[in-house]
Design a protein around this ligand. Structure first.
Ligand code: CP
Length: 321
């Protein structure tokens, strides 16, 4: 594996899931692999799980870790290139161009992880993934997606590992349900979850209010059911997430508390497990009863972020030895 930006960078999804599960059983088996190698983790946005799990995974592999909160600790980065005859004139707030910054960080680091969320103002701009394209172009080293405008593949890999570990049927029914939230959130986790479930042997159903349809290229062949209670029937896994509208880009069209996940709704499933990437707002998106009850997998799921990151970094390190 060279980069880990989207599933297109992964040769064998099932092998990567297995690698994560094997790594969990013996986390320090590859401590020599990352010796004298450095990973730089660049955060344009906040993080708890991604930051700690990726740092821990890199350390398990013997790597050195440098963390930079880009917006707070370093110069603001200009991402735009300009055009022939219409160059970018950097007389605004951003003091450094990604062309130099990425190339310089690539001199210090053997691998670079980047987190940069959607700004939710211009759909074409967000979906062009400019930040990742620029780092891929100019860093000269492998790039790992720590959540981009449209994807969160380390989260999705951890989700795949969790479903593989907890499934009790060969082909479980997995329901991705929209949950209410007052603030506009990106589609990245939902997009990525659909994309990765497309590579797993599951029946994927997506349920959300009208107006919240995901981009078709991410939804794939998943069935969409606008009636949440009907969608939940017989589910083995319920994956909760809020996202803002893709069609009315970045807007909160409805914030109906009737979409919150409750124990009564979980009773419609086939003893289904509840998953959420976290952070989650209690009693806004999901009740205490679900989160604190025996059907919640949110802590196990977060724990698997470490093994997902380690499986990915191992593949990358094998490619740069
Ligand atoms: N799920 C997830 O990415 O968590 P953080 O935003 O805390 O990293």
């Amino acid at each position: 594996m060279n980069h880990f930006i989207s599933p297109a960078d992964v040769t064998d999804l099932n092998q990567l899931v297995t690698s994560g599960i094997v790594t969990k059983r013996n986390p320090f088996a590859d401590q020599e692999l990352g010796k004298n190698k450095t990973i730089g983790l660049l955060f344009f946005n906040s993080s708890l799980r991604t930051r700690l799990s990726t740092q821990k995974a890199a350390q398990n592999l013997g790597m050195n870790v440098i963390i930079l909160n880009v917006s707070q600790d370093s110069w603001g980065l200009e991402m735009e290139e300009g055009e022939p005859g219409n160059p970018i004139i950097m007389n605004g707030a951003k003091a450094e161009h990604v062309k130099e910054a990425a190339a310089v960080i690539g001199q210090y680091c053997d691998v670079i992880g980047v987190r940069s969320f959607a700004k939710l103002q211009d759909r074409d701009k967000d979906y062009s993934e400019l930040v990742f394209e620029q780092f891929r172009k100019y860093a000269g080293v492998p790039i790992v997606n720590l959540e981009s405008a449209t994807r969160h593949p380390l989260q999705s890999l951890a989700d795949c590992i969790t479903i593989e570990e907890f499934k009790v049927k060969a082909r479980p029914k997995v329901v991705l349900t929209w949950l209410p939230h007052f603030k506009a959130l990106p589609q990245a986790v939902a997009n990525s979850f659909c994309e990765w479930m497309g590579g797993m042997d599951v029946e994927l159903v997506v349920t959300h209010p009208v107006g919240y349809d995901l981009a078709p290229e991410f939804l794939g062949s998943a069935e969409v059911i606008y009636d949440q209670e009907k969608a939940l029937e017989g589910a083995d896994f319920v994956y909760g997430k809020n996202w803002s509208s893709y069609t009315n880009y970045g807007q909160v069209l409805v914030n109906d508390p009737a979409w919150m996940m409750t124990e009564e709704k979980m009773d419609r499933t086939d003893n289904g497990k509840f998953m959420h990437c976290l952070p989650v707002r209690r009693n806004v998106k999901v009740t205490d009863g679900v989160l604190d009850g025996p059907r919640s997998l949110v802590i196990e799921q977060a724990a698997n972020r470490e093994w997902a990151a380690q499986a990915v970094l191992k593949e990358i390190l094998l490619g740069i030895q």
